[in-house]
Design a protein around this ligand. Structure first.
Ligand SMILES: NC(=O)c1ccc[n+]([C@@H]2O[C@H](COP(=O)([O-])OP(=O)(O)OC[C@H]3O[C@@H](n4cnc5c(N)ncnc54)[C@H](OP(=O)(O)O)[C@@H]3O)[C@@H](O)[C@H]2O)c1
Length: 213
């Protein structure tokens, strides 16, 4: 059984239960803005079944200064960086590794999204950061479309909101209610393990609760 997850947060996943799901965890570091690099890693693993493909990479940008992504002071070149990292990259990863997931037993593609991209939710702590929020909304739409396109292959696609997680970069920020990474990752491991084909295309949180688009 193979899991491939991109980026550093994979270390958390390894520590909190994914080995109970998988006998082999593959970790590859990829710049998700680099389409050729994604193709190259996909080629490296051609013929290798991947049970659970997790795309976690995203940028929020400077947590102390939202100005470049707040309406009225928008830095337009930065918009492309957000969309390439938070939407195009995950979409390309899903497409590049589609065959690997299709030939596996569990057939899961998991996109780490955010409730910040939900149109049906009020303002979140991330306030007016239009680029981050727009990119996560777009990621969700992309994943719904991928879910429909891959349903015949038996692939289960899900967008997961990990909850408010006090990750390393938030160590110096006061974020009431944010949980330790172990709690979020542990929840997501359970959700990923229990997904069924009829849930493909859903936007769920770390407890498996359906989130508003
Ligand atoms: N923490 C929360 O409360 C929270 C809430 C909702 C959703 N999320 C989502 O959870 C996921 C993880 O976020 P996090 O809080 O753990 O933030 P994080 O610590 O900043 O992790 C983001 C990761 O993405 C990587 N990354 C950024 N640009 C990349 C690129 N071009 N190519 C490859 N990797 C790239 C970063 O790598 P480097 O460190 O090397 O730059 C980092 O490992 C994200 O999708 C985020 O939107 C987090």
């Amino acid at each position: 059984m193979q899991i491939i997850q991109f980026l550093a947060v994979c270390a958390l996943a390894v520590g909190f239960g994914l080995p109970t799901l998988a006998s082999t965890v593959l970790v590859e570091r990829i710049d998700v803005r680099d389409l050729e690099m994604i193709d190259s890693v996909a080629e490296k693993y051609r013929g290798t079944p991947i049970d659970i493909l997790i795309s976690n990479a995203a940028i929020v940008a400077d947590l102390t200064d939202p100005t470049p992504q707040v309406f009225g002071s928008l830095d337009y070149p930065l918009f492309a960086v957000f969309m390439e990292t938070n939407v195009r990259g995950p979409l390309k990863i899903a497409e590049a590794f589609h065959d690997h997931v299709k030939m596996s037993e569990m057939n899961r593609i998991i996109m780490i999204s955010s409730l910040s991209g939900s149109l049906g939710t009020g303002p979140t702590r991330l306030g007016g950061r239009v680029y981050y929020k727009t990119s996560k909304a777009a990621l969700n739409m992309a994943m719904v479309t991928v879910a429909r396109a891959t349903a015949e292959d038996g692939i289960i696609v899900a967008s997961l909101h990990p909850g408010g997680v006090k990750v390393e970069k938030l160590a110096n920020f006061n974020v009431p209610g944010f949980m330790p990474p172990a709690e979020s990752v542990g929840g997501m491991v359970d959700v990923i393990a229990s997904l069924t084909p009829d849930q493909s295309g859903l936007f769920l949180d770390w407890k498996g609760r359906i989130q508003p688009w």
